[in-house]
Design a protein around this ligand. Structure first.
Ligand SMILES: [Zn+2]
Length: 334
């Protein structure tokens, strides 16, 4: 894969006891150093106007000022330092770069993956939350739409938390499809099946709030029965994966049971979904807080594009997942 990476993203300092640390990127780099075919690209920071295309301009000015004043606690979870503004521009720039590469035809071993931080999917139009200041995937999607490089963009968010920010930003939009698989009841508490979009965005917002304990078989079943048919119908030009690795069975902050191999299987399925619509495919890093499971997860995504065939899981979905998937299919007439 081509990995978008910038040292500037290491400068976003969240303090000593925060799970979203620069060590996450360092761990990923160490794991990728042991794989072949890894390329790094440092893209330009995003232009501020790109941020204002999805965020309130006053909010963006406020974040910039907050960082220039030295940062601090925006809220109890979301911490900025003096360098967070530059890291935020770099992180969104990497997501934009990845989306552009994908639409320009970078696929297979050239598939782009933006390794930025801070992460983005909780950032709403006018507020930071959940470690996120700027919604990187949303900025990337909007940039490609604004430039006429894509007419329809899908974002699939497999982070264990619901991407409330991405959902909110595009909730009434018919040209962006947002799909999230997340653990029901976890932060931030949004992401119900009934939240399907409004107005022009009706049926372009798909939530699969899986019960705690869901594993590889549940995730794959949900992809096959909900995401794949919904995106076949939506027919995107670009599919952005908001890739968090905190649904891993050994991640410290979730109760899901996805294995490292599960991320290879998900990657393989997502590639098929993108191919079915002839869509470009890019990845943007979101969460993942066990340094070993995070770095193994990213490396596994890479290996899948490097030609390694994933091994099928031994288990199918459980009964809760089957019932949930039936609800989602009903809500979308799938
Ligand atoms: Zn997360």
């Amino acid at each position: 894969m081509q990995f978008g990476y910038s040292e500037t993203c290491l400068e976003h300092d969240t303090g000593d006891r925060h799970p979203e640390t620069p060590d996450r990127l360092r761990a990923i780099r160490r794991a990728l150093a042991k794989r072949h075919g890894v390329d790094y690209v440092e893209s330009q920071p995003v232009e501020q106007a790109r941020l204002e295309a999805v965020h309130d301009a006053d909010y963006i000015a406020e974040v910039k000022q907050f960082c220039e004043d030295g940062g601090g606690n925006w809220d109890p979870d979301t911490v900025a330092s003096g360098s967070t503004w530059e890291a935020t521009l770099a992180s969104a720039g990497l997501a934009e770069w990845a989306a552009r590469e994908a639409v320009a035809g970078a696929d297979g071993r050239e598939t782009p993956f933006a390794l930025g931080r801070p992460p983005g999917h909780h950032a709403v139009e006018d507020d930071a939350m959940g470690f996120c200041f700027v919604n990187n995937a949303a900025v990337a999607a909007q940039a490609l739409l604004d430039d006429g490089e894509a007419d329809r963009v899908a974002i699939f968010d497999w982070d264990v938390h619901h991407g409330n920010g991405t959902q909110d930003i595009f909730y009434e939009r018919g040209d962006v499809f947002y799909a999230s698989f997340h653990e029901d009841g976890l932060y931030p508490g949004t992401g119900k099946v009934s939240e399907t979009g409004e107005g022009a965005g009706e049926e372009t917002n798909l939530n699969v709030p899986l019960a705690a304990g869901a594993g590889d078989g549940d995730y794959l079943y949900a992809v096959d029965e909900t995401l794949a048919p919904a995106l076949e119908r939506f027919d995107p030009d670009l599919l952005i994966v908001s890739a968090g690795f905190d649904a891993h069975r050994h991640d410290p902050i979730s109760r899901m049971r996805v294995s490292t191999e599960g991320y290879a299987l998900l990657t393989d399925r997502v590639r098929d979904v993108a191919d079915a619509s002839n869509a470009g495919l890019s990845f943007v890093l979101e969460g993942g807080y066990g340094l070993d499971t995070l770095s193994d997860g990213v490396a596994t995504v890479h290996e899948t594009f490097d030609g390694r065939r994933p091994i099928d899981p031994d288990e199918g979905p459980n009964e809760k997942t089957e019932l949930l998937v039936e609800d989602v299919r009903d809500a979308f007439d799938l």
